[in-house]
Design a protein around this ligand. Sequence first.
Ligand code: SF4
Ligand code: SF4
Length: 445
Amino acid sequence: MESSAKSEIIEAIKSAGVVGAGGAGFPTHIKAASMAEYVIANGAECEPLVRCNQELLLKEPEKVVAGLELMVEATGAKQGIIAIKRKNKAAASLEKLAAEKEHLRIHYLKDFYPAGDEHVLVYEVTGRVVPEGGIPLAVGAVVSNVESLYNVAAAVGGQPVTDKMVTVTGAVQVPVTVRVPLGTAARELLALAGGPTVTDYAVIEGGPMMGKLVEEDAPVTKTTGAFIVLPAEHPVVSARRASWRTVLGRAKAVCCQCRFCTDLCPRYLLGHGLEPHRVTQLVAYGIADATAMTRALLCSECGLCEAYACPMGLSPRYLHAELKRELGRQGIKHPGGLPEVLRPDPWREYRRVPVPRLVARLGLAQFDRPAPFQPVSMSPASVTIPLKQHVGLPCVPTVSVGERVSKGQVVGTIPEGSLGAVLRASMDGLVTEVTDRDITIEALA
Ligand code: SF4
Ligand code: SF4
Protein backbone atom coordinates (compact mmCIF):
# COMPACT_ATOMS: atom_id res chain seq x y z
CA MET A 1 0.00 0.00 0.00
CA GLU A 2 1.06 3.63 -0.55
CA SER A 3 2.87 4.79 2.54
CA SER A 4 0.95 8.09 2.36
CA ALA A 5 -2.38 6.21 2.63
CA LYS A 6 -1.05 4.23 5.61
CA SER A 7 0.18 7.37 7.31
CA GLU A 8 -3.14 9.13 6.68
CA ILE A 9 -5.03 6.29 8.38
CA ILE A 10 -2.58 6.29 11.31
CA GLU A 11 -2.79 10.05 11.67
CA ALA A 12 -6.61 10.04 11.61
CA ILE A 13 -6.72 7.31 14.30
CA LYS A 14 -4.15 9.13 16.44
CA SER A 15 -5.84 12.48 16.10
CA ALA A 16 -9.25 11.00 17.01
CA GLY A 17 -7.86 9.37 20.17
CA VAL A 18 -8.84 5.77 19.36
CA VAL A 19 -7.79 3.14 21.92
CA GLY A 20 -8.63 -0.50 22.62
CA ALA A 21 -12.24 -0.20 23.73
CA GLY A 22 -12.43 -3.67 25.22
CA GLY A 23 -9.28 -3.96 27.31
CA ALA A 24 -6.68 -1.74 28.90
CA GLY A 25 -6.91 0.96 26.22
CA PHE A 26 -3.84 0.33 24.09
CA PRO A 27 -3.54 3.19 21.55
CA THR A 28 -4.85 1.92 18.20
CA HIS A 29 -2.58 4.12 16.05
CA ILE A 30 0.40 2.07 17.30
CA LYS A 31 -1.28 -1.13 16.11
CA ALA A 32 -2.13 0.49 12.77
CA ALA A 33 1.52 1.47 12.33
CA SER A 34 2.69 -2.16 12.57
CA MET A 35 2.95 -4.74 9.77
CA ALA A 36 0.87 -7.87 10.31
CA GLU A 37 -0.41 -10.95 8.56
CA TYR A 38 -3.83 -10.96 10.18
CA VAL A 39 -6.08 -8.37 11.76
CA ILE A 40 -8.59 -9.99 14.09
CA ALA A 41 -11.78 -8.13 15.00
CA ASN A 42 -12.42 -9.21 18.57
CA GLY A 43 -16.16 -9.63 18.98
CA ALA A 44 -15.95 -12.47 21.51
CA GLU A 45 -17.40 -10.48 24.42
CA CYS A 46 -16.97 -13.38 26.80
CA GLU A 47 -17.60 -11.54 30.11
CA PRO A 48 -20.99 -12.63 31.48
CA LEU A 49 -23.84 -10.07 31.26
CA VAL A 50 -21.93 -7.57 29.08
CA ARG A 51 -23.63 -6.94 25.73
CA CYS A 52 -22.13 -3.72 24.31
CA ASN A 53 -20.14 -5.38 21.50
CA GLN A 54 -23.04 -7.60 20.45
CA GLU A 55 -25.36 -4.60 20.34
CA LEU A 56 -22.83 -2.53 18.38
CA LEU A 57 -22.43 -5.32 15.82
CA LEU A 58 -26.21 -5.49 15.42
CA LYS A 59 -26.51 -1.75 15.02
CA GLU A 60 -23.40 -0.89 12.99
CA PRO A 61 -21.98 -3.99 11.25
CA GLU A 62 -20.95 -2.02 8.14
CA LYS A 63 -18.94 0.49 10.13
CA VAL A 64 -17.13 -2.19 12.13
CA VAL A 65 -16.25 -4.01 8.90
CA ALA A 66 -15.10 -0.71 7.36
CA GLY A 67 -12.81 -0.18 10.37
CA LEU A 68 -11.45 -3.70 9.95
CA GLU A 69 -10.70 -3.05 6.28
CA LEU A 70 -8.86 0.15 7.18
CA MET A 71 -6.72 -1.72 9.72
CA VAL A 72 -6.04 -4.46 7.14
CA GLU A 73 -5.00 -1.72 4.70
CA ALA A 74 -2.79 0.07 7.24
CA THR A 75 -1.01 -3.08 8.45
CA GLY A 76 -0.69 -4.68 5.01
CA ALA A 77 -2.39 -7.80 6.38
CA LYS A 78 -3.41 -10.56 4.00
CA GLN A 79 -6.62 -11.22 5.87
CA GLY A 80 -9.11 -9.58 8.23
CA ILE A 81 -10.96 -12.03 10.50
CA ILE A 82 -14.14 -11.26 12.41
CA ALA A 83 -14.13 -13.44 15.53
CA ILE A 84 -17.57 -13.86 17.06
CA LYS A 85 -19.63 -16.52 18.75
CA ARG A 86 -22.31 -18.32 16.81
CA LYS A 87 -24.98 -16.99 19.17
CA ASN A 88 -24.17 -13.44 18.04
CA LYS A 89 -27.34 -12.05 16.45
CA ALA A 90 -25.31 -10.05 13.95
CA ALA A 91 -23.70 -13.20 12.53
CA ALA A 92 -25.85 -13.30 9.38
CA SER A 93 -25.21 -9.69 8.41
CA LEU A 94 -21.50 -10.00 9.18
CA GLU A 95 -21.29 -13.16 7.06
CA LYS A 96 -22.92 -11.30 4.18
CA LEU A 97 -20.52 -8.37 4.51
CA ALA A 98 -17.47 -10.65 4.76
CA ALA A 99 -18.59 -12.66 1.71
CA GLU A 100 -18.44 -9.48 -0.37
CA LYS A 101 -14.70 -9.08 0.36
CA GLU A 102 -12.07 -11.57 -0.69
CA HIS A 103 -9.73 -10.79 2.19
CA LEU A 104 -12.30 -11.00 5.01
CA ARG A 105 -13.70 -14.02 6.80
CA ILE A 106 -15.66 -14.95 9.89
CA HIS A 107 -14.28 -17.21 12.61
CA TYR A 108 -16.84 -18.71 14.96
CA LEU A 109 -15.67 -19.15 18.54
CA LYS A 110 -17.10 -21.64 21.02
CA ASP A 111 -19.02 -19.99 23.87
CA PHE A 112 -16.32 -20.22 26.55
CA TYR A 113 -14.52 -17.88 28.89
CA PRO A 114 -12.12 -16.14 28.24
CA ALA A 115 -12.48 -16.46 24.45
CA GLY A 116 -11.77 -12.73 24.14
CA ASP A 117 -8.38 -12.86 25.89
CA GLU A 118 -5.95 -11.77 23.15
CA HIS A 119 -3.63 -14.76 23.57
CA VAL A 120 -6.53 -17.22 23.64
CA LEU A 121 -8.23 -15.54 20.70
CA VAL A 122 -5.10 -15.58 18.54
CA TYR A 123 -4.64 -19.31 19.20
CA GLU A 124 -8.29 -20.09 18.49
CA VAL A 125 -8.24 -18.15 15.21
CA THR A 126 -4.74 -18.80 13.83
CA GLY A 127 -3.48 -21.85 15.75
CA ARG A 128 -0.41 -19.81 16.77
CA VAL A 129 0.68 -19.35 20.38
CA VAL A 130 1.73 -15.85 21.40
CA PRO A 131 5.02 -16.24 23.29
CA GLU A 132 5.15 -15.76 27.07
CA GLY A 133 5.09 -12.09 27.93
CA GLY A 134 4.61 -11.24 24.24
CA ILE A 135 1.93 -9.56 22.15
CA PRO A 136 -0.08 -10.97 19.21
CA LEU A 137 2.17 -9.16 16.74
CA ALA A 138 4.93 -11.61 17.70
CA VAL A 139 2.99 -14.21 15.69
CA GLY A 140 1.83 -11.85 12.96
CA ALA A 141 -1.53 -10.80 14.39
CA VAL A 142 -3.10 -7.51 15.38
CA VAL A 143 -6.22 -7.78 17.53
CA SER A 144 -8.72 -4.93 17.74
CA ASN A 145 -11.96 -4.82 19.66
CA VAL A 146 -15.01 -4.29 17.43
CA GLU A 147 -15.81 -0.90 19.00
CA SER A 148 -12.22 0.21 18.36
CA LEU A 149 -12.75 -0.72 14.71
CA TYR A 150 -16.00 1.24 14.66
CA ASN A 151 -13.99 4.18 16.03
CA VAL A 152 -11.29 3.69 13.38
CA ALA A 153 -13.90 4.02 10.62
CA ALA A 154 -15.37 7.06 12.36
CA ALA A 155 -11.90 8.61 12.78
CA VAL A 156 -11.07 8.26 9.10
CA GLY A 157 -14.46 9.87 8.42
CA GLY A 158 -13.41 12.83 10.61
CA GLN A 159 -15.22 11.90 13.83
CA PRO A 160 -13.15 11.76 17.04
CA VAL A 161 -13.84 9.49 20.01
CA THR A 162 -16.33 11.31 22.22
CA ASP A 163 -18.85 8.60 23.12
CA LYS A 164 -18.91 5.00 24.36
CA MET A 165 -21.24 2.03 24.15
CA VAL A 166 -22.05 0.85 27.68
CA THR A 167 -24.29 -1.95 28.96
CA VAL A 168 -26.17 -1.20 32.18
CA THR A 169 -27.40 -4.41 33.73
CA GLY A 170 -27.64 -6.67 36.78
CA ALA A 171 -30.10 -5.68 39.51
CA VAL A 172 -31.69 -2.88 37.48
CA GLN A 173 -35.27 -2.46 36.27
CA VAL A 174 -34.56 -2.64 32.54
CA PRO A 175 -31.11 -3.70 31.31
CA VAL A 176 -30.01 -1.53 28.39
CA THR A 177 -27.06 -0.74 26.19
CA VAL A 178 -26.60 2.93 25.42
CA ARG A 179 -24.11 5.20 23.70
CA VAL A 180 -23.20 8.09 25.96
CA PRO A 181 -20.64 10.92 26.17
CA LEU A 182 -17.31 10.04 27.79
CA GLY A 183 -17.20 11.33 31.34
CA THR A 184 -20.90 10.72 32.09
CA ALA A 185 -21.33 9.49 35.67
CA ALA A 186 -22.42 5.88 36.30
CA ARG A 187 -25.36 7.24 38.33
CA GLU A 188 -26.90 8.75 35.20
CA LEU A 189 -26.61 5.46 33.35
CA LEU A 190 -28.28 3.57 36.19
CA ALA A 191 -31.19 5.97 35.83
CA LEU A 192 -31.43 5.09 32.12
CA ALA A 193 -31.91 1.46 33.19
CA GLY A 194 -34.78 2.43 35.49
CA GLY A 195 -32.55 2.39 38.58
CA PRO A 196 -31.48 -0.43 40.91
CA THR A 197 -34.04 -3.00 42.06
CA VAL A 198 -32.40 -3.38 45.48
CA THR A 199 -31.66 -0.74 48.11
CA ASP A 200 -28.26 -2.00 49.23
CA TYR A 201 -26.14 -2.49 46.14
CA ALA A 202 -22.70 -2.17 44.62
CA VAL A 203 -21.67 -1.12 41.13
CA ILE A 204 -19.05 -2.96 39.06
CA GLU A 205 -17.45 -1.26 36.08
CA GLY A 206 -16.73 -3.93 33.45
CA GLY A 207 -17.67 -7.57 33.67
CA PRO A 208 -18.15 -9.68 36.78
CA MET A 209 -14.86 -11.51 36.12
CA MET A 210 -12.42 -8.68 35.46
CA GLY A 211 -14.37 -5.56 36.43
CA LYS A 212 -13.80 -3.40 39.50
CA LEU A 213 -16.05 -1.93 42.17
CA VAL A 214 -16.72 1.78 41.57
CA GLU A 215 -18.68 4.62 43.16
CA GLU A 216 -21.73 5.97 41.39
CA ASP A 217 -19.87 9.09 40.29
CA ALA A 218 -17.37 6.96 38.30
CA PRO A 219 -17.14 8.40 34.79
CA VAL A 220 -17.57 6.48 31.56
CA THR A 221 -14.14 6.13 29.93
CA LYS A 222 -12.96 4.90 26.54
CA THR A 223 -12.68 1.38 27.99
CA THR A 224 -15.92 1.16 30.01
CA GLY A 225 -17.99 -1.73 28.69
CA ALA A 226 -20.61 -2.01 31.41
CA PHE A 227 -21.91 -0.91 34.74
CA ILE A 228 -23.32 -3.92 36.60
CA VAL A 229 -25.46 -3.42 39.68
CA LEU A 230 -25.40 -6.29 42.19
CA PRO A 231 -26.79 -6.70 45.69
CA ALA A 232 -24.11 -5.61 48.20
CA GLU A 233 -23.92 -9.09 49.71
CA HIS A 234 -23.56 -10.89 46.35
CA PRO A 235 -20.50 -13.23 46.30
CA VAL A 236 -19.05 -11.42 43.25
CA VAL A 237 -19.04 -8.20 45.29
CA SER A 238 -17.71 -9.85 48.47
CA ALA A 239 -14.80 -11.36 46.50
CA ARG A 240 -13.77 -7.89 45.41
CA ARG A 241 -13.96 -6.51 48.92
CA ALA A 242 -11.62 -9.11 50.43
CA SER A 243 -8.38 -7.62 51.79
CA TRP A 244 -4.85 -8.79 51.03
CA ARG A 245 -4.55 -10.05 54.60
CA THR A 246 -7.71 -12.13 54.31
CA VAL A 247 -6.80 -13.57 50.91
CA LEU A 248 -3.28 -14.42 52.03
CA GLY A 249 -4.42 -15.89 55.35
CA ARG A 250 -6.97 -18.13 53.61
CA ALA A 251 -4.40 -19.30 51.07
CA LYS A 252 -2.03 -20.21 53.86
CA ALA A 253 -4.71 -22.03 55.83
CA VAL A 254 -6.55 -24.05 53.23
CA CYS A 255 -4.71 -24.33 49.91
CA CYS A 256 -4.47 -28.10 49.41
CA GLN A 257 -2.29 -27.84 46.29
CA CYS A 258 -4.92 -29.67 44.26
CA ARG A 259 -3.75 -27.84 41.11
CA PHE A 260 -7.27 -27.17 39.80
CA CYS A 261 -6.36 -23.49 39.40
CA THR A 262 -3.46 -24.46 37.15
CA ASP A 263 -5.35 -27.14 35.23
CA LEU A 264 -8.03 -24.61 34.19
CA CYS A 265 -5.78 -21.55 33.78
CA PRO A 266 -6.21 -20.37 30.15
CA ARG A 267 -2.59 -19.19 29.89
CA TYR A 268 -1.21 -22.46 31.34
CA LEU A 269 -3.38 -24.37 28.87
CA LEU A 270 -1.75 -22.45 26.02
CA GLY A 271 1.61 -23.79 27.15
CA HIS A 272 2.79 -20.76 29.13
CA GLY A 273 4.82 -21.43 32.26
CA LEU A 274 2.21 -19.89 34.59
CA GLU A 275 1.26 -22.28 37.40
CA PRO A 276 -1.05 -20.51 39.83
CA HIS A 277 -0.92 -23.33 42.40
CA ARG A 278 2.87 -22.84 42.63
CA VAL A 279 2.68 -19.05 42.88
CA THR A 280 -0.06 -19.34 45.52
CA GLN A 281 2.16 -21.63 47.58
CA LEU A 282 5.18 -19.35 47.25
CA VAL A 283 3.28 -16.17 48.14
CA ALA A 284 1.39 -17.79 51.02
CA TYR A 285 4.58 -19.06 52.63
CA GLY A 286 6.83 -16.15 51.61
CA ILE A 287 9.20 -18.43 49.69
CA ALA A 288 11.62 -16.35 47.62
CA ASP A 289 11.87 -18.06 44.25
CA ALA A 290 12.53 -15.27 41.76
CA THR A 291 11.97 -17.36 38.61
CA ALA A 292 8.66 -18.77 39.78
CA MET A 293 7.53 -15.35 41.06
CA THR A 294 8.27 -13.73 37.70
CA ARG A 295 5.85 -16.19 36.11
CA ALA A 296 3.03 -14.31 37.86
CA LEU A 297 3.61 -11.63 35.21
CA LEU A 298 2.06 -14.04 32.69
CA CYS A 299 -1.30 -13.86 34.47
CA SER A 300 -4.04 -12.05 32.54
CA GLU A 301 -6.12 -11.67 35.74
CA CYS A 302 -9.02 -13.38 33.97
CA GLY A 303 -10.27 -14.59 37.36
CA LEU A 304 -11.14 -18.18 36.36
CA CYS A 305 -8.98 -19.60 39.14
CA GLU A 306 -10.85 -17.71 41.86
CA ALA A 307 -14.37 -17.66 40.46
CA TYR A 308 -14.52 -21.14 39.00
CA ALA A 309 -11.57 -23.46 39.56
CA CYS A 310 -10.62 -23.34 43.22
CA PRO A 311 -12.69 -25.74 45.36
CA MET A 312 -11.53 -23.94 48.52
CA GLY A 313 -12.78 -20.50 47.46
CA LEU A 314 -9.26 -19.04 47.28
CA SER A 315 -8.14 -16.24 45.04
CA PRO A 316 -4.92 -16.96 43.15
CA ARG A 317 -5.88 -14.08 40.81
CA TYR A 318 -5.67 -11.56 43.66
CA LEU A 319 -2.29 -12.92 44.76
CA HIS A 320 -0.99 -12.76 41.20
CA ALA A 321 -2.31 -9.21 40.72
CA GLU A 322 -0.59 -8.01 43.91
CA LEU A 323 2.62 -9.79 42.99
CA LYS A 324 2.54 -8.22 39.52
CA ARG A 325 2.14 -4.76 41.06
CA GLU A 326 5.08 -5.38 43.39
CA LEU A 327 7.29 -6.71 40.57
CA GLY A 328 6.26 -3.69 38.49
CA ARG A 329 7.28 -1.34 41.33
CA GLN A 330 10.67 -3.05 41.37
CA GLY A 331 10.95 -2.66 37.59
CA ILE A 332 11.03 -6.44 37.07
CA LYS A 333 9.67 -7.63 33.73
CA HIS A 334 9.11 -11.09 32.32
CA PRO A 335 12.09 -11.93 30.12
CA GLY A 336 9.77 -13.08 27.31
CA GLY A 337 9.70 -16.43 25.59
CA LEU A 338 9.98 -18.06 22.22
CA PRO A 339 6.89 -19.27 20.34
CA GLU A 340 8.43 -22.50 19.10
CA VAL A 341 8.89 -23.96 22.58
CA LEU A 342 5.23 -23.61 23.49
CA ARG A 343 2.81 -26.52 23.14
CA PRO A 344 -0.79 -26.11 24.27
CA ASP A 345 -1.99 -28.66 26.79
CA PRO A 346 -3.54 -31.68 25.00
CA TRP A 347 -6.58 -31.40 27.29
CA ARG A 348 -7.09 -27.70 26.57
CA GLU A 349 -10.15 -28.20 24.37
CA TYR A 350 -11.99 -30.03 27.16
CA ARG A 351 -10.94 -27.62 29.88
CA ARG A 352 -12.40 -24.49 28.34
CA VAL A 353 -15.12 -23.21 30.66
CA PRO A 354 -18.55 -22.71 28.98
CA VAL A 355 -20.01 -19.28 29.73
CA PRO A 356 -23.45 -20.61 30.86
CA ARG A 357 -21.70 -22.80 33.45
CA LEU A 358 -19.64 -19.84 34.62
CA VAL A 359 -22.76 -17.68 34.90
CA ALA A 360 -24.39 -20.35 37.07
CA ARG A 361 -21.27 -20.72 39.25
CA LEU A 362 -21.11 -16.96 39.76
CA GLY A 363 -24.74 -16.90 40.90
CA LEU A 364 -25.66 -14.53 38.07
CA ALA A 365 -28.27 -16.58 36.19
CA GLN A 366 -31.11 -14.32 37.34
CA PHE A 367 -29.27 -11.29 35.90
CA ASP A 368 -28.32 -12.89 32.58
CA ARG A 369 -30.84 -10.95 30.51
CA PRO A 370 -30.76 -9.19 27.13
CA ALA A 371 -29.72 -5.53 27.26
CA PRO A 372 -30.91 -4.15 23.92
CA PHE A 373 -29.52 -0.93 22.50
CA GLN A 374 -31.66 2.12 23.23
CA PRO A 375 -30.94 5.31 21.32
CA VAL A 376 -30.80 8.04 23.96
CA SER A 377 -29.93 11.67 23.60
CA MET A 378 -27.88 12.10 26.71
CA SER A 379 -27.13 15.67 27.80
CA PRO A 380 -25.38 15.40 31.15
CA ALA A 381 -25.12 18.50 33.34
CA SER A 382 -21.39 17.81 33.53
CA VAL A 383 -18.77 15.29 32.45
CA THR A 384 -15.51 14.38 34.16
CA ILE A 385 -12.86 13.22 31.72
CA PRO A 386 -9.93 11.29 33.28
CA LEU A 387 -6.54 12.21 31.83
CA LYS A 388 -5.51 8.57 31.71
CA GLN A 389 -7.90 6.30 29.83
CA HIS A 390 -5.25 4.37 27.92
CA VAL A 391 -2.01 2.46 28.20
CA GLY A 392 0.88 4.94 28.48
CA LEU A 393 1.32 8.33 30.09
CA PRO A 394 -1.61 10.50 31.23
CA CYS A 395 -2.63 13.32 28.91
CA VAL A 396 -1.50 16.89 29.52
CA PRO A 397 -4.51 19.24 29.69
CA THR A 398 -4.66 21.80 26.88
CA VAL A 399 -7.58 23.77 28.34
CA SER A 400 -7.96 25.96 31.43
CA VAL A 401 -10.73 26.69 33.91
CA GLY A 402 -13.21 29.17 32.48
CA GLU A 403 -12.58 28.17 28.85
CA ARG A 404 -15.49 27.31 26.58
CA VAL A 405 -15.06 24.07 24.66
CA SER A 406 -17.05 22.40 21.95
CA LYS A 407 -17.70 18.71 21.46
CA GLY A 408 -14.76 17.07 19.71
CA GLN A 409 -12.22 19.74 20.66
CA VAL A 410 -8.85 18.49 21.94
CA VAL A 411 -8.67 18.94 25.72
CA GLY A 412 -5.62 16.78 26.46
CA THR A 413 -2.56 15.70 24.48
CA ILE A 414 0.10 13.07 25.03
CA PRO A 415 3.60 14.27 25.89
CA GLU A 416 5.84 14.35 22.78
CA GLY A 417 7.23 10.93 21.91
CA SER A 418 5.18 9.12 24.60
CA LEU A 419 2.67 6.30 24.39
CA GLY A 420 -0.93 7.46 24.85
CA ALA A 421 -3.97 8.89 23.10
CA VAL A 422 -5.41 12.41 22.88
CA LEU A 423 -8.59 13.37 24.68
CA ARG A 424 -11.47 15.25 23.12
CA ALA A 425 -14.32 17.13 24.82
CA SER A 426 -17.40 14.91 24.89
CA MET A 427 -19.86 17.83 24.95
CA ASP A 428 -20.10 21.58 24.50
CA GLY A 429 -19.60 23.46 27.77
CA LEU A 430 -17.41 25.37 30.17
CA VAL A 431 -14.28 23.92 31.77
CA THR A 432 -14.87 24.24 35.51
CA GLU A 433 -12.02 22.17 36.93
CA VAL A 434 -8.64 20.88 35.76
CA THR A 435 -6.65 18.63 38.10
CA ASP A 436 -3.75 16.27 37.60
CA ARG A 437 -6.33 13.47 37.26
CA ASP A 438 -9.19 14.87 35.19
CA ILE A 439 -10.98 17.71 33.43
CA THR A 440 -14.56 18.70 34.32
CA ILE A 441 -16.81 20.30 31.74
CA GLU A 442 -20.20 21.72 32.69
CA ALA A 443 -23.03 22.29 30.25
CA LEU A 444 -23.85 25.94 29.60
CA ALA A 445 -27.20 27.06 31.00
S1 SF4 B 1 -7.25 -24.62 43.26
FE1 SF4 B 1 -7.22 -23.57 45.24
S2 SF4 B 1 -6.73 -25.13 46.72
FE2 SF4 B 1 -6.19 -25.99 44.71
S3 SF4 B 1 -3.99 -25.43 44.42
FE3 SF4 B 1 -5.20 -23.79 43.52
S4 SF4 B 1 -5.41 -22.25 45.14
FE4 SF4 B 1 -4.79 -24.19 46.13
S1 SF4 C 1 -6.34 -15.13 36.84
FE1 SF4 C 1 -5.88 -17.24 37.40
S2 SF4 C 1 -6.75 -18.45 35.73
FE2 SF4 C 1 -6.56 -16.35 34.97
S3 SF4 C 1 -4.55 -16.22 33.95
FE3 SF4 C 1 -4.27 -15.58 36.10
S4 SF4 C 1 -3.68 -17.42 37.18
FE4 SF4 C 1 -4.57 -18.09 35.23
